[in-house]
Write a protein that binds this ligand. Structure first.
Ligand code: FAD
Ligand code: ZN
Length: 479
């Protein structure tokens, strides 16, 4: 699929066409001033900066629909954007497309605590969605470090993962129905709150994870869950990453679905956080090679989660899987443990050039992947420093690589594609994925063609053509 070659750029839009979009959203919500546009064009890492002469901020599904009808008639490309926290450049107008921000679609339409579902518009931030569920005495379990800024439409668009996947699944598993504006402006009302619906192709699953290339999600019916009354968090250290695998098995067997998080982190990323993030503190007095952060939850505040946690740690110690362990004694301490894990993205900024990967392999192969990747990186770029951490229980490794200390940042970053392709090749050779949770977007579009089979690519392109024959929805992304 070509990108915007055939579609006129917004920067070339005549004033009378801009006026037609202004008529839909109002002057105040059609941004043409570069300064006002900046938050929609530049992403938080400053890796990509888009360009556009028109950023639209519709306030209703009907306005989104009218925007798309007009864009379709005029053959104009648009980039759907939610919270602009995406990590693969999917939300950026690289070629001067019109940016359609859904941030103003921010109403909670309906909450059904008994039916454990909630209908929300796509522009609510993830934190606002969580708060609305909490107000109804329920849990919406999707949780990402970016939850204060990312929006549920973006989470659906990327099929976001995060730290709740082990117990509750990806965003895909948390949605019952969708409302979507199609490329030609028609609205698909699929806002059903059904747990069972076997009436042909599951259309919502096409849109979840399609990164704005098949339609613009304007609302969703989300699944809600009971709120745990008890959460016990422990930070443990271990000599080898293999110990994490054995410990995961042990904790899963004992806790079952009560095991709600199992994250791993190497000493180096922990060092980065301790060095660069004010207010963080090493939970131990000694440095260890590997750490696991695990959480066990209970629906009742009856101490059962604490008992399971103590039993798991005891067994792990008996088997010499862990060196040291500490259970958070307060909510504040639990939050401090989580901060050590979640602040890595931000703390890495202090390490010069960092090449990032978001791969997955079978959980049982994580240790093998990390050892092989470390050897590979050392061979390709001696002295480069692997930053290994991730969602162990999901088989998801955020395998980042920081520049060698004696190398200039630019000299390292020009090797991004070479190192990324080698790490991706390793994951693929191990039957893994080159993108576990961040998506493909702009960054990995060409990579995708190297790692998906011809059959898969053909099916994806046909779906894209069927839903967006003029290629006006996020062209140049994913396929
Ligand atoms: P945007 O960045 O605005 O858009 C992302 C993609 O979705 C784009 O392709 C866009 O076109 C498309 N899109 C946006 N809105 C819609 C819509 N309404 N309909 C259809 N498509 C749409 N991600 C994880 O999965 N797990 C993590 O743990 C995680 N941690 C992060 C930590 C930090 C510090 C940061 C900055 C990011 C992290 N991310 C993580 C990535 C990011 O937060 C997620 O991808 C998030 O789901 C993007 O949401 P957004 O609202 O910012 O979407
Ligand atoms: Zn992650």
């Amino acid at each position: 699929m070509n990108d915007t070659a055939q579609t006129p750029l917004a920067s070339a839009l005549p004033a009378e066409i801009i006026a037609r979009f202004v008529a839909i959203v109002g002057r105040e919500h059609a941004l043409t001033d570069p300064e006002q546009q900046l938050p929609y064009l530049r992403e938080w890492r400053d890796k990509y900066e888009g360009r556009s002469t028109l950023v639209l901020r519709p306030g209703t599904t009907d306005e989104v629909s009218r925007i798309m009808r007009l864009a379709h008639d005029l053959n104009l490309a648009v980039v759907p954007q939610a919270g602009n926290t995406g990590l693969v450049g999917g939300q950026i107008s690289h070629n001067g497309e019109i940016v359609v921000s859904i941030a103003r679609l921010n109403r909670v339409r309906h909450v059904d605590p008994a039916g454990t579902s909630m209908t929300v518009e796509a522009g609510l931030t993830l934190a606002e969605v969580q708060a609305a569920a909490e107000k109804a005495g329920r849990l919406f379990p999707l949780s990402l470090p970016s939850e204060g800024s990312c929006r549920i439409g973006g989470n659906l668009g990327t099929n976001a993962g995060g730290i709740g996947v082990l117990a509750y699944g990806n965003t895909r598993q948390l949605v019952l129905g969708l409302e979507v504006v199609l490329a030609d402006g028609r609205v698909w009302d699929g806002l059903k709150a059904l747990k069972k619906d076997n009436t042909g192709y599951d259309l919502k699953d096409l849109f979840v994870g399609s990164e704005g290339t098949l339609g613009i999600i304007t609302a969703a019916v989300l699944k809600l869950f009971p709120r745990p009354a008890e959460k016990i968090t422990a930070f443990v250290s271990m000599p080898r990453i293999e110990n994490a695998l054995e410990m995961f098995s042990l904790a899963s067997d004992d806790a079952g679905p009560a095991l709600t998080a199992f994250e791993f982190i190497h000493r180096y990323p922990l060092d980065i956080v301790l060095r660069n993030m004010p207010g963080t503190r090493d939970p131990f007095n000694t440095q260890y090679p590997w750490y696991v952060l695990l959480e066990i939850s209970g629906l009742k505040a009856d101490g059962a989660a604490q008992t399971i946690m103590e039993r798991v740690l005891e067994q792990a110690a008996e088997k010499s899987l862990i060196i040291d362990a500490t259970i958070a004694s307060s909510l504040t301490q639990a939050r401090d443990f989580w901060k050590l894990r979640e602040a890595v993205s931000e703390a890495q900024k202090g390490e010069g050039g960092v090449i990032k990967h978001d791969i997955s392999v079978a959980v049982s192969r994580i240790p093998e992947f990390v050892h092989k990747a470390n050897a590979l990186v050392e061979r390709l770029c001696p002295g480069a420093r692997p930053i290994a951490l991730g969602h162990f229980g999901d088989g998801n490794v955020h395998y980042n690589v920081a520049q060698p200390l004696d190398m200039a940042k630019e000299d390292f970053l020009v090797r991004w594609d070479e190192i990324m392709e080698a790490v991706h090749r390793l994951a693929a050779d191990m039957d893994g994925s080159i993108s576990a949770e961040h998506g493909i977007g702009y960054m990995k579009r060409d990579e995708l063609t190297r790692f998906k089979s011809e059959v898969e690519l053909d099916l994806m392109r046909r779906i894209k053509t069927a839903l967006d024959p003029k290629n006006i929805l996020n062209p140049g992304k994913v396929v």
